[in-house]
Design a protein around this ligand. Structure first.
Ligand code: AMP
Ligand code: MN
Ligand code: MN
Ligand code: MN
Length: 277
């Protein structure tokens, strides 16, 4: 089974449209592809249409931004019913939070001499969700920084000039909404939060207590030890294991489906998927 269960499209901060992403996944011989845009499911219908008649199965997905103990933690939802009220209500609330945060980030960037930050971010996001990645691109375009990384380091990261504390939902709210929609809740990229061993364990434990079913165990950026450690944590807390590239755009960082093999002795998250199409 070749699965990639974490990816982005133009519905949030990915560079490819849902159709382009599905085509790329098909070329990469992927069997199962989840599209997990930030706090939106707007790319899913197009992706399903694009996959019709191919061997690729598109799994409904989303990546919720959550607040936890002062950290921004991401919870991926997989294989849910897109018409469930609880899910749609949470998406609506998160979208409102995102729009409000974007206006506040833009205010701060204006004060740093950035021209029309909101209009420019909206142009880059087209009709999709506005993320900090779009503001980072505006900073690049206007020559305020030389790289995306520098945009985050200088302006957008916690504590920096244009950072706005977000009002994201709690982890338990994201898990409940996903579960109420018949989906599987997955703790996204646990190594990306740079938590100490003790805090990482706390996070996994609380995620499991909140009703979460899986954690991402395989990601392209991982060192071999990371994967082993996450597999142990998954098994210890009775969580299934997911695999995802977090693909955003064709570049040298990550490719769809590449280097995300699950280790042995874990329970693959796709065993929990229903046959819902
Ligand atoms: P947001 O969800 O609006 O806070 O935006 C976060 C998104 O920005 C992430 O999903 C990444 O795609 C992107 N991002 C975060 N940190 C960096 C970074 N250091 N360099 C490039 N992109 C980043
Ligand atoms: Mn992103
Ligand atoms: Mn994420
Ligand atoms: Mn992601």
């Amino acid at each position: 089974m070749r699965a990639d269960l974490h990816s982005h499209t133009t519905a949030s901060d990915g560079a490819l449209t849902p159709s382009e992403l599905v085509l790329r996944a098909g070329n990469a011989q992927i069997d199962l592809l989840a599209i997990t845009d930030h706090d939106t499911i707007d790319g899913l219908a197009e992706a399903h249409r694009a996959a019709q008649g191919s061997r690729l199965r598109v799994i409904n997905g989303i990546e919720f931004s959550c607040s936890w103990e002062g950290f921004e933690i991401h919870v991926v939802g997989l294989d849910f019913d897109v018409s469930a009220d609880a899910l749609l209500e949470l998406i609506a609330a998160q979208t409102a939070t995102r729009i409000d945060r974007a206006a506040r980030i833009a205010d701060r960037l204006s004060r740093c001499g950035v021209e029309q930050p909101l209009a420019n971010a909206q142009r880059l996001a087209r009709n999709g969700a506005i993320t900090r990645a779009h503001f980072a691109r505006v900073l690049l375009e206007q020559g305020k920084v030389a790289t995306m990384e520098a945009a985050f380091k200088k302006y957008l990261r916690k504590g920096k000039r244009a950072y706005v504390a977000p009002g994201w939902c709690e982890i338990s709210e994201a898990v409940s909404a996903i579960n109420a929609a018949g989906g599987v809740a997955v703790l996204a990229h646990p190594m990306a939060y740079q938590l100490s061993k003790k805090w990482l364990r706390q996070l996994v434990e609380q995620f499991a207590l909140a009703g979460g079913q899986a954690i991402e165990v395989a990601q392209p950026q991982h060192l071999p030890n990371d994967r082993k450690r996450l597999a142990e944590l998954a098994n210890e807390y009775n969580l299934s294991a997911s695999a995802g590239s977090d693909f955003h755009r064709p570049d040298s960082w990550a490719e769809l489906g590449r280097n995300i093999q699950l280790p042995e002795h874990v329970s693959p998250v796709w065993n929990l998927f229903s046959s819902r199409e």
